[in-house]
Design a protein around this ligand. Sequence first.
Ligand code: AMP
Length: 187
Amino acid sequence: MNLILFGPPGVGKGTQAELLRDFYHLHHISTGDMLRAAIKGGTPLGLEAQKFVESGGLVPDTVIIGLVREVLEEDKKAGKGFLLDGFPRTVAQAEALEKLFQDLHIEDVRIVMIEAPEEELITRMLKRGQDSGRVDDSEATIRHRLDVYNEQTAPVRTFYSTHRSIKTVNGLGTKEEVSDRIRKTIA
Ligand code: AMP
């Protein structure tokens, strides 16, 4: 099985991805984590991505699609299922992913959207900013990321409801409650 976790920033995709990774033994692919590691390491990717990530904008599609393609090719070779967290974030990325699934003969892809009210997302991200020091978890950048989500990422949901099927799960409650809901949804 392969899984795409979809939803707005701050909804708990990362937390849920870790629980689901352990439960289903999937390779957790977080494009946000990959970009933050590249920035920290000062790699060419990091240097290119830094200004987008820190300002709460999106890294260009070509860059991020190339990155995901490499990882999925490796997973396919290794025969490992994947869990995508934070990708796709634009319709162009979702289209490129469909092409990649075709090229690599990847089947059994399930898509789950986690949702929560915007005020809850802001509260969670502000708390994460205080706890982890993530520079994009400051109030102005959080608002910008929500705008970017509404304008560029929310249309991906419509794309999937047309081209595949996407199940929606309530993201409020404990992480175990949300995880149970997701597992029941994809079972
Ligand atoms: P995340 O950890 O998923 O919230 O991602 C943090 C930041 O990394 C985002 O605000 C973007 O700047 C960048 N990023 C992560 N995934 C993508 C993606 N699929 N496309 C473009 N930018 C991304």
